[in-house]
Design a protein around this ligand. Structure first.
Ligand code: NAG
Ligand code: NAG
Length: 398
């Protein structure tokens, strides 16, 4: 039984040996040439370059966008704003109304700080750079926001520097800033004349009785306006907006579409909101049929679609497949190339000899005419003697 096993194993081993696709070639059959060496070096460099670039390609990531219906309707939406209006704080009020009809003061409150509308030189410089940066981000948006999301850039560009001068005139503007937490439904954040008062009917109004018509000035500057978490790599299109009007009764409207966005990259996981905006403005003049309330209106709506951004790798098994393809392919191609080049060199140098590669005839142990051994080429008579060449170990007959 044991012997049978041994025989079987030997048999199997033999079968496996027959399958060997890499038969060994004797060292003496391998000839090394200078062209072969040169091509080998080129091939090696080529392989390194190609493998390196392929490696770069496969380690690079790409942002994949997916859209799905936003099923999260219970969470709240933050509105962050920092807007300066060219009216005294005692004359203006900001608050938000949404579709739920909830009382405005349940959303939190914004800070109203007295300020100067005109910026000091330092502040103007800062604001101009903010405008410039935001403009650049908006125009380069598609290229840039990939970078922003990948790099974990916070999008926060610092704060306005304090005034370096102290004007003697009274403050003429109001900086309204802070965060409101609202329901995730459409709403209207507005800045109008007078403080908001709640009416018993559940509606609300702004009490504007004591404000002079000539004090109305809704020129404004937006330092920051965003939704969601305040630190994010999202480009806020309203940052750096500045509107100056010479009409007292002017209405500015911003129509904002808020898009929930989830970003999941190697450096950053965040759930935030992006928005797009269209704007319109007009002077209110009841006599010419342009009715409305002077003020600044941010009318927003929340998209029911959510954008999901993921950073994804290309699969590594593909990299392995391509690696094998590159290395094997280059070796095979360079082998053919080598043969062709060798042939061309031989032809060019007139060195090509047919039969160069045929092995010299074995002369030992064979009877050859003496003629072929003689040094002079004079023809020998027919009866020329022959010698019998023997292998060196055999004694020659005497
Ligand atoms: C109002 O909008 C028009 C374009 O629609 C624009 O040219 C103009 O500058 C705006 N007015 C103000 C005061 O921003
Ligand atoms: C509003 O204020 C700005 C800046 O101080 C000024 O340029 C503009 O003329 C004012 N508009 C009105 C209607 O007073």
């Amino acid at each position: 039984m044991r012997r049978l096993n041994v025989i079987n194993r030997k048999h199997a081993l033999k079968k496996v040996k027959e399958l060997d696709a890499f038969p060994k070639v004797e060292g003496s059959y391998q000839e090394k040439t200078a062209t072969g060496g040169g091509i080998s070096i080129v091939v090696l460099i080529l392989i390194v370059i190609l493998v390196w670039s392929e490696f770069g390609y496969y380690t690079a990531t790409e942002l994949v966008y997916k859209y799905e219906v936003d099923s999260d309707h219970s969470s709240k939406l933050n509105i962050n704003m920092d807007v300066t209006v060219a009216m005294r704080c005692s004359d203006v009020g900001a608050d938000v109304l949404d579709m739920t009809g909830q009382s405005a003061n349940t959303f939190g409150s914004l800070q109203h700080d007295d300020a100067y509308f005109e910026l000091s030189p330092d502040q103007r410089g800062y604001f101009t750079s903010l405008q410039y940066l935001n403009d650049y981000l908006r125009t380069q948006y598609h290229a840039m926001h990939m970078f922003l999301w990948r790099s974990g850039f916070s999008g926060q560009t610092g704060t306005m520097p304090p005034r370096e001068d102290k004007p003697t005139r009274p403050m003429d503007a109001c900086r309204i800033h802070g965060t409101l937490t609202v329901n995730k439904v459409a709403g209207n954040l507005h800045v109008t004349v007078g403080k908001p008062i709640k009416l018993s009917s559940g509606r609300h109004a702004h009490f504007a009785g004591l404000v002079e018509q000539s004090d109305y000035n809704f020129s404004h500057r937006i330092m920051h306006f965003s939704y969601g978490s305040p630190t994010s790599g999202v480009v806020n299109p309203l940052d750096g907006e500045e509107k100056v009007t010479t009409a007292n009764h002017h209405m500015f409207q911003y129509f904002i579409q808020v898009v929930p966005t989830e970003v999941d990259t190697a450096l950053k996981q965040m759930s935030t909101y992006q928005y797009s905006v269209t704007e319109s403005n007009r002077t209110i003049d009841h006599s010419s049929g342009s009715h409305g309330v002077p003020g600044i209106f941010f009318k927003y709506d929340v998209s029911f679609l959510k954008v999901k951004v993921r950073e994804e790798h290309k699969p590594y098994w593909q990299f392995l497949v391509r690696l094998c393809g590159i290395i094997g392919g280059i070796f095979a191609t360079s082998g053919i190339l080598h043969t062709i080049i060798q042939f061309l060199i031989d032809v060019a140098c007139c060195k090509y000899q047919w039969g160069k590669y045929s092995t010299p005839r074995e002369v030992i142990g064979e009877t050859v005419p003496v003629q072929s051994l003689a040094t002079d080429y004079s023809p020998l008579p027919e009866s020329a003697p022959t010698v019998n060449l023997l292998p060196p170990d055999q004694e020659a007959p005497t």
